[in-house]
Write a protein of this length. Structure first.
Length: 531
């Protein structure tokens, strides 16, 4: 039906294009004839040689003029192919005709990509999907993202799809000849080179770093969802190398993707069953060697895979919206375990930037403290620098509520982000933690030594104690002590301990008190000790 209508419209336009000149010629001849007769009558009337022109001739001339105007407009519209639109309508349509191809979201990319994949199968071609993650200065916002999206779309082949599938993550899809694999490589390399050039944003040059992962439908990627997941898995592999790298989905990546999918499906139940458990890393006073507390870490005791580190499942938990449940579960287990430890020992827990989007986070943490009977004064909450920029007013509100309960606040991984003195003054921090990447290079890299020394001096000027992370040998510990760093943690002081391991170590040091009566719903004291 739609095609027949288009054919009829096309035939009408062809006929109109032919007929309008003929009609126009006849109308023009009639106009000249009538005009000549009326002009002659008017001249004779003015010379008193004849009567006034006949009214019928004047009406006929006016109708003739109207036919000329209408015919001219119809011919113009038919030649433009606008099916009778007026010039005003053409003006309204012009901006739409000039509008660039839209940048899709993730779901639209999947929907339109599925259609493209079906077309590839009909044409005996393959489809490639590229997923790109960029690293940018926090000061460069939406303007940079729009510029990056435009550059990706401009670099892609004709009819390609371009999407922004997450905040700093983009995807594109296009068809290629399966016998011409090098053509796909050239597209990916051209994209990497294009994005390596600085962008001009608000009069300033902004440089980005990018990581690219790619997948092809002719390599066991039968659906659009699998194709996109495969490209994302390849990008994750590329991100483990230094920036500006490209990785293609292959057999090893496929196995890693399969494992990730297994972990994704198992993680919710693992959290509910408390298979994700707390481990405790010692925090030590450098001058005296006294144990002051622990940082709480997470480990997954998988029934099949064995012990899984946080670098594997924390990202999955954040993407799947499980990080809040995981974090609160780890806190509850750690608080119950440490409730009867020496009151001088504190616990430090990490808060994900994702959790800081929850306006009720402070109340949820306080609820866990109340239910487990762990004193708020022994808790230190750690947030990273990156979390400060998502929603500073909300972060201020959450941290203020925690401080009002006696909970201390630490700024974690300091030196890797974009904090300033203004942020340190705006938020109620009690401690700064130096990122391990600087600490581990303290005795081998002059720049790292300068950074560590500067952070220690800044802490002194702001009256903020400093903790150094990643201390792995006595030489680093001695250097930190000489610089004036008060507290440190790392494998030099011992590997992270399970609940049972920490309890044995504390018992040997006589740092466990007699447990109090169980809280409502808790097991008897003997069972709590066994845990």
């Amino acid at each position: 039906m739609r095609r027949g209508r288009k054919d009829r419209l096309h035939r009408w336009r062809q006929g109109a294009t032919f007929a309008f000149p003929v009609i126009g010629m006849v109308t023009s001849l009639l106009f000249l004839t009538l005009g000549g007769l009326i002009a002659t009558s008017v001249m004779r009337y003015l010379a008193d040689d004849a009567a006034a022109p006949e009214p019928g001739l004047i009406v006929a001339l006016l109708l003739n003029i109207a036919l000329l105007v209408i015919g001219w407009r119809r011919r113009r519209d038919a030649s433009l192919g606008l099916d009778g639109r007026s010039a005003k309508g053409l003006a309204r349509a012009a901006p739409r005709l000039r509008r660039p191809a839209a940048i899709l979201d993730r779901q639209s990319f999947l929907d339109q990509g599925a259609t493209m994949l079906l077309r590839a199968q009909r044409l005996e071609k393959s489809m490639a999907v590229l997923v790109l993650a960029i690293e940018r200065d926090r000061g460069a916002g939406d303007a940079l993202l729009r510029a990056v999206a435009g550059e990706i779309a401009a670099t892609m082949p004709p009819l390609a799809l371009t999407a922004q599938i997450a905040g700093d993550r983009f995807a594109c899809g296009f068809l290629f000849d399966p016998d011409a694999r090098t053509a796909v490589d050239r597209v990916a390399e051209r994209l990497m080179l294009s994005l390596a050039q600085p962008f001009e944003i608000d009069g300033h040059e902004v440089q980005i770093r990018c990581t690219l992962g790619g997948a092809r439908s002719n390599l066991e990627c039968a659906t659009m969802e699998v194709l996109l997941q495969s490209a994302e898995a390849a990008m994750a592999v590329a991100s483990k190398t230094n920036g500006n790298r490209l990785a293609w989905f292959d057999r090893a990546t496929q196995e890693a993707l399969w494992l990730r999918q297994q972990l994704e499906s198992a993680l919710p139940m693992a959290i509910a069953r408390e298979e994700v458990v707390p481990y405790f890393e010692q925090q030590v006073d450098l001058s005296s060697g006294r144990l002051e507390g622990f940082e709480v870490l997470a480990r997954w005791q998988h029934p099949v895979q064995g012990m899984i580190g946080p670098d594997v499942f924390i990202g999955i938990a954040e993407e799947r919206g499980l990080i809040a449940d995981l974090s609160l579960s780890i806190m509850a287990q750690a608080f119950r375990a440490a409730r009867d430890w020496d009151p001088g020992l504190s616990l430090s827990v990490n808060i994900s930037p994702v959790q800081l989007r929850d306006a009720w986070l402070a109340q949820k943490i306080i609820k866990v403290l109340t239910e487990t009977g762990f004193p708020a004064s022994r808790l230190e909450v750690e947030i990273t620098e990156g979390a400060l920029f998502d929603n500073l007013p909300l972060t201020q509100s959450i941290l203020g509520s925690l401080k009002n309960q006696g909970i201390r606040i630490a700024l974690d991984d300091f030196g890797t982000g974009y904090s300033s003195l203004a942020h340190l003054r705006a938020l109620p921090f009690d401690r700064i933690k130096i990122d391990r990447s600087f600490v581990q290079l303290l005795n081998r890299d002059a720049d790292s030594a300068v950074i560590v020394n500067a952070i220690v001096r800044m802490g002194e000027s702001l009256n903020l104690p400093i903790t150094a992370e990643g201390v792995e040998d006595p030489a680093i510990a001695a250097r930190l002590l000489a610089l004036g760093c008060a507290k440190a943690q790392g494998w030099h002081f011992g590997r992270p301990l399970s609940i049972a391991g920490a309890r044995r170590m504390l018992a040997e040091r006589r740092l466990i008190q007699q447990p109090g009566p169980p809280l409502p719903g808790e097991p008897p004291t003997s069972q709590r000790r066994a845990g």
